[in-house]
Design a protein around this ligand. Structure first.
Ligand SMILES: [Cu+2]
Length: 127
């Protein structure tokens, strides 16, 4: 099973500081949600990597596996502070990928692919 971890207070700085998967101290990587894209849209990771999605708004979004394997619930948009920060960070969702597989497609439930065909992402987990 995929294991989900909710990290409601994880800040953007933490995710950015942990972008490299080559550092031994760092086994996480991040995806930024915007209106309406996942960046990067396609991500290849090694088994044991935690991926953290952060909503950079301005709308609320979800990170939902096409197969239904996981669903982040609604990730709030950042509030206040404008594009350069200063307000409350957007909602985040972390998932540990503990076995190889994929590509695993995912989308936003609130802005589904029939209406937003380019608002999709994939995760590929390599051994
Ligand atoms: Cu959305």
């Amino acid at each position: 099973m995929w294991r989900a971890r909710f990290a409601t207070t994880l800040g953007l700085a933490t995710a950015l500081a942990c972008k490299s998967t080559t550092s031994p101290a760092c086994s996480g990587t991040g995806v930024t949600l915007r209106d309406f894209s996942f960046s990067p849209a396609s991500l290849t990771i090694k088994v044991g990597t935690t991926v953290t999605w952060i909503n950079a708004g301005p709308s609320a979004h979800t990170v939902t596996a096409d197969s239904g394997q996981w669903d982040s619930g609604t990730l709030a948009a950042p509030s206040g502070g404008g594009a350069y920060g200063g307000g409350t960070g957007g909602g985040s969702f972390s998932m540990l990928f503990d076995h190889a597989g994929g590509p695993i497609g995912y989308h936003c439930k609130l802005h589904p692919p029939p209406t937003y065909p380019t608002f999709t992402g994939t995760i590929t987990v390599t051994p």
